[in-house]
Design a protein around this ligand. Sequence first.
Ligand SMILES: NC(=O)c1ccc[n+]([C@@H]2O[C@H](COP(=O)([O-])OP(=O)(O)OC[C@H]3O[C@@H](n4cnc5c(N)ncnc54)[C@H](O)[C@@H]3O)[C@@H](O)[C@H]2O)c1
Ligand SMILES: [Zn+2]
Length: 348
Amino acid sequence: MKSLRVDLSERSYDILIERDLISRIGEFVTSKGGKAFVITDSNVAQPYLGKAVKSLEEGGLTVKSVTLPAGEKTKSFSTLPMLYSFALEFGLTRSDVVVTLGGGVIGDLGGFMAATYMRGVNFVQIPTSLLAQVDSSVGGKVGVDLPEGKNLVGAFHQPACVLIDPDTLSTLPAHFLADGMGEVIKYGCIKDEKLFKLLEEIGGDTARLFGHIDDIIYTCVDIKRRVVERDEKESGERKLLNFGHTYGHALEKINNFEMSHGAAVAVGMEYITRISESRGQTRPGCAERIAEVCREYGLNERPSEDIDGIVAAVKNDKKSGRGGLDVVLLKDIGSAYTFRTTADYFRS
Ligand SMILES: NC(=O)c1ccc[n+]([C@@H]2O[C@H](COP(=O)([O-])OP(=O)(O)OC[C@H]3O[C@@H](n4cnc5c(N)ncnc54)[C@H](O)[C@@H]3O)[C@@H](O)[C@H]2O)c1
Ligand SMILES: [Zn+2]
């Protein structure tokens, strides 16, 4: 078993990575009150909920599970009252535990429910999508969407532990695997040239990728862990994780969120790197390598890129503060820095 510890003083927690870990979660999920409230979605329940519940029960816990419709619409503020009601009906107390079994939608929603129910209960993340395993389950950001926009209500609530079973990726549709690869490529770009070169070498071959997936997940989680430890609440270094995301988010927005997040980030990483190369801020050749790797992993959607719309969307983003905009640039593959500019940088 591979394990990592996120060191955040009293909020520290372990991340365990092992194949078929779902069948053993009962060994790692603890609840003083003896109850576990499991939240999952309709695609994940069929292959994994039975195993998860069985293991928790074998661990001596009383379990109640709720299966929500799959998809981003479920990560809505309006889903919360129902979750609170189910938990109350079950008699869940502050000594018990919430378990989120699913992708980023379930992790963010269930994590926010756990952060707010009775002023906060412990929660354990069991991420089942690649994006959730390498990104959203680690770092403690939880939240829900409002009709006005995504992630507008949220909190920082660190999990009690994160249990990653890479075997779950065998049932993840290719489209969502590609989405997660967008983040994996991002980690290589900002922090780890070796990872990036491995991805180049694998060349997008899924069987070969799966042969390396445990190590790849470990490497990505380790990068996120280090960044989160140094900057828990996103004021400094954590911004590097936004590489490709400012432009990517704007692109998603102007395309009404009809394109995948990974594809949007792929375009964002390549686009900003082309600009920074042309301005002498990045070693020449990086943008082409990024474009090639993204293509190989199925991130080749080219949506409408109306630059006026994109710049307007960047200006509206909650992250673009008054003092200007921090964009993340690469010095070279594996090394990133922030650069203070304005949204008009994207026109250059
Ligand atoms: N908290 C954070 O730091 C953070 C970071 C990045 C993204 N996010 C959030 O994460 C969400 C996106 O995450 P996501 O891409 O995992 O979305 P998701 O949870 O919707 O999962 C994607 C799809 O894959 C299905 N699925 C998940 N695991 C599966 C499996 N093992 N087998 C079969 N199907 C499976 C889901 O049912 C869904 O249809 C967004 O809401 C985003 O805002 C949060
Ligand atoms: Zn992302």
